[in-house]
Write a protein that binds this ligand. Sequence first.
Ligand code: GLU
Length: 440
Amino acid sequence: MSEIKVRFAPSPTGHMHIGNTRTALFNWLLAKKLGGTFLLRIDDTDKERSKKEYEVEIRDALQWLGLAWTSEARQSARIDRYRQVTEELMAKGLVYPCYETQEELELMRKTLLAKGRPPIYDRRALTLTKEQIAAYEKEGRRPHYRFKLAEGEIVWEDMVRGCCRYAAENLSDPVVIRADGSYLYHLPSVIDDIDFAITHIIRGEDHVTNTASQIRMFEAVGGQVPSFAHLPLLTGREGKLSKRLGSVGVAELRAEGIEAMAICSYLAKLGTSEAVEPFADLNSLAESLDLGKLGRSQPKFSEDDLRRFNTHLVRNLSYEALGGRVEADEKFWMAVRGNLNVVDDIKLWLSICRQPVRPTMEDEELTTLAAQLLPAEPWDEETFAAWVNEIKARTGRKGKALFHPLRKAITGMEDGPELKILLPLIGRERVSRRLNGEYA
Ligand code: GLU
């Protein structure tokens, strides 16, 4: 069996959003699971719309997410190769020039639709005489080129959709080169997939019809047809998530403090029959990959769900998984993680434990007494129980009436980690001064 190779082929014409991140993720996971490699291919044939900054953003996002690539390619550097293949196809009559203008094509479409027929290009360009072509050229018309789809049924076994069948007769010959000489994505993509020996292609279901045409191109160019998987598109508040709509960007989610593994775990399981649960790392996520578990309906992506899921993940994150990202030891992390929404929230608790805090005095009588009763250090969690019992015994307070004023004085906060865990982290001196109302 040939070596497994997948690719992620973004067009750097927009932000790296949750939709293309999901495509990248599934390809990466499949390669990982099957022991293959992952190619990053920059589809930058659209000179007008391709921007360096988007490419930088794509690379940053992939790196941050942990979706490392083993090799890369750039379509704009391969135009000569595309020309060479296209010329071979032209020589075989499989790529042919057409002279219709946009308006003429639109009119043809409308006429067919009005007759209740499918709006399929009728290949009239193939019947043009030399004189007609010369006349068009004289008018200043430049040809665009179409790929001639071989007749018959196009069939593939999709890893998500099962058996897919298209009658080539129901498809228009796709335009492969525009009148300005630039390439549309379809044919270069096939040439790349052949040249780079891509074995599996996972992409959005908006590409299903492209796949039918592209299978014919694989056959014509003479390459092995890869296996395909088409993911149902995510829907969001605004309907379909598309890069043109500029939906939820990975950079923004990252800036907000959403964990890479929250995004990956969430996206990998959304729309599957499995529970969306936090995975510790990409390897275990890859292990669990089963494309057969993806449903056919379009899953709903919700930023709020992702945020909640992220909080759930953060509150269960092991110290080790943080990889030294926080300036706290394991004990501190375990003490506060249950109160964080994003990892960065730890800064608040670090400053409450290590920097002066303005106490909120709710019940001075109680807190002054509590300060007097503070035991000597060293403190552990049992010291806390003894101290609290003593305050209870002296004041008759319990529950909220006891703990709330203590908490507000010691931390300045409404709620947070358990006081018995926090107290040893803050230390006797600060606790004592804060209980007395001092900024300490
Ligand atoms: N550049 C294309 C896109 O972003 C690639 C599609 C494909 O994976 O073949 O839609």
